[in-house]
Write a protein that binds this ligand. Structure first.
Ligand code: COI
Length: 356
């Protein structure tokens, strides 16, 4: 399918202070849009960034058929824009789509539209380490209808914006024992908008207590660790890096997978197995809990400073001593800037020819 490109006559880039980029508030000049009508994706196009006009009965607003991805583009030392594992994000979007009864978006069109968009707005990619062009592919149901059934029409769009770190400092997590994020058979593995909506209230309660985010436990026993509000979680206990397995209730994080691959390729001990909050508490008491960190596209690798669980506050070792977390963060940042050799083929350069 041909992607029609309409360039913005002017750029807003001069309005942006690249030295002060709060996360998620600044948006680049263009967006990719494609519509699903009559059983097919149609009219893929890149247009100047704009608002949509939505009918009040637009189904996504009522029944939550809305999914998204979070990706980043960076720029290497030669000035070439790079995407990170775009095919994996395209596949995950379609896994979310299937669960929410939405149509698959063609993976090749996802990568082509994204590449052309990033090529066009490449001046918006910040150069400072820790900053990036955040990319938000999104799909919403657009039928104008009141009634619970899958929509027949959808809009897929990608917009971008320069961002600094999501968590500028190590985070304090509260292990949640009253509310749940996901249960077996639910939508926990999908990047569904509703998963985030349901988390807002318990996250607010934790924030009121001085924590940054939640550490979610399983829905049945409030025992097994799932993930944090915006990222997968890892613990380093007695030299082994442990993360909960993909059980259907946690997101199959691209950063999570990359960290596991990096550590395995270096022969470091890693384990994807169920881990309970009691094991973490025990390791803390034994002095074997060396690190905890979150991993996600937005968060990259975010060290956990403290974990609150019932009446216990676990303070973890200083960040300067976090060998694994600091190492995987440096490798991922280095891959993104082109300073670390990419032996996995994860970084995909966006070439100038993308625009022809
Ligand atoms: C991401 O890591 O890209 C996400 O989508 C998480 C979001 C809550 C910022």
């Amino acid at each position: 399918m041909d992607i029609k490109i309409t360039k913005s006559p002017t750029s807003r880039i001069h309005e942006v202070n690249f030295d002060d980029l709060p996360f998620g508030r600044t948006f680049a000049d263009h967006m990719f849009v494609c519509d699903y009508e009559n059983g097919a994706w149609q009219n893929p196009r890149i247009e100047p960034f704009h608002n949509f006009s939505l009918h009040p009965a637009t189904m996504a607003l009522h029944y939550g058929q809305a999914i998204f991805e979070g990706m980043k583009a960076s720029i290497d030392d030669n000035g070439t824009p790079m995407l990170f594992r775009p095919e994996r994000h395209a596949k995950r979007l379609n896994i979310s789509a299937a669960r929410l009864c939405m149509p698959e978006f063609p993976e090749d069109l996802f990568v082509e539209g994204l590449s052309k968009l990033v090529a066009l707005d490449q001046n918006w990619i910040p150069k400072e380490e820790g900053s990036a062009l955040y990319i938000r592919p999104t799909m919403i149901a657009t039928d104008e209808f009141i009634g619970v059934k899958p929509s027949q029409s959808y809009k897929f769009f990608i917009f971008t914006g320069p961002v600094g770190p999501y968590y500028p400092k190590p985070v304090r997590l509260w292990a949640e024992t009253d509310y749940i994020r996901a249960a077996q058979g639910g939508t926990g593995f999908a990047k569904a908008a509703g998963n985030y909506a349901g988390a807002l209230y318990p996250a607010k309660l934790a924030q009121d207590r001085g924590f940054d985010q939640l550490l979610w436990l399983d829905a049945k026993e409030f025992k097994y660790i799932q993930e944090s509000g915006t990222m997968n979680v890892f613990f380093v206990i007695n030299g082994v890096t442990i993360t909960p397995p993909l059980s259907g209730t946690i997101l199959d994080g691209v950063t999570r997978d990359s960290i596991l691959e990096i550590l395995r390729s270096e022969g470091k001990p890693v384990a994807e197995h169920p881990i309970t909050i009691d094991e973490v508490v025990q390791a803390y008491k034994d002095g074997t809990l060396q690190e905890a960190f979150g991993a996600g596209t937005a968060a990259v690798v975010s060290h956990v400073a403290e974990i609150g669980y019932r009446d216990l506050l676990m303070t973890l070792p200083p960040v300067s001593e976090r060998k694994i977390g600091n190492h995987v963060k440096a490798v991922i940042d280095g891959l993104r800037s082109g300073k670390v050799e990419d032996k996995w083929g994860w970084t995909v350069p966006v070439l100038a020819e993308e625009l022809v």
